[in-house]
Design a protein. Structure first.
Length: 230
């Protein structure tokens, strides 16, 4: 994927304000944002190398970073009929995703690292980033709720993520009982193509929040490691 195909992403992590307060600020923004889709629950299984190379890319502050995850919508545990394997590439404020649909599966006590690997091997379509998956394994699961907004000119999207939680992923057995809930916070993200950069930057400056770096994968892994090492 070429760099010019990437989109810009500005992120704000908000503590001390309710979801309703943050949503009110978005709706009052001069971009005249409207709710684009119904709220959804998002789930991800994140992959990394045994040495957590992708984790360290982010922690070390590298401008070019990668995330590999299986994503689906709806309940976290149980039958998953529609899932997608995503490779997300970040270069500074720019981000883009390659994705491939996966076969259905059941996330339960029998879902292990081997199950996940087999799911990838039996993908209905060939994986364009197969080489990057050969030495990776599932590391954690996260889940959260998301609300979607779009500016009146449809050039800029804003998402609000909240109710974040995390689950450890063991390689050989999973009961998926060790949930860790994040403290109350809202992750606001402004997303837009290159041609809308000036407009989006202006709209972002209206937000009474400070732009920050925040990876849910890093946040969740740090939280899990602080409770009990892998």
């Amino acid at each position: 994927m070429l760099l010019e195909e990437f989109r810009y992403e500005r992120k704000f992590v908000i503590h001390g304000a309710s979801l309703a307060q943050v949503e009110g600020i978005v709706r009052l923004n001069r971009g005249v944002f409207f709710e684009e889709y119904a709220q959804r629950s998002i789930n991800n299984i994140y992959f990394d190398t045994p040495g957590l190379d992708l984790y360290h890319q982010n922690v070390d502050g590298l401008s070019t970073r990668t995330k590999v995850r299986i994503r689906w919508y709806g309940p976290t545990i149980g039958r998953v009929d529609k899932a997608t394997l995503e490779l997300k590439r970040k270069h500074g404020l720019l981000g883009a995703k390659d994705n491939v649909p996966l076969s259905g599966f059941v996330l339960d006590d029998h879902f292990t690292a081997s199950t996940a690997k087999n799911l990838l091997r039996t993908s209905p379509k060939s994986l364009p980033f197969r080489d990057e998956l050969d030495f990776m394994e599932p590391v954690l699961i996260n889940y959260y709720k998301r609300k979607y907004f779009r500016s009146a000119d449809r050039a800029v999207r804003v998402t609000l993520d909240f109710d974040l939680g995390f689950l450890r992923f063991y390689q050989h057995f999973n009961s998926f009982l060790a949930h860790i809930k994040a403290p109350p916070l809202v992750v606001l993200e402004v997303k837009y193509p290159d041609e809308s950069n000036v407009v989006a930057a202006s709209l972002s400056s209206d937000m009474p929040f400070r732009m920050t770096k925040m990876s849910k994968y890093i946040y969740g892994l740090d939280a899990l490691l602080s409770v009990q090492p892998f």
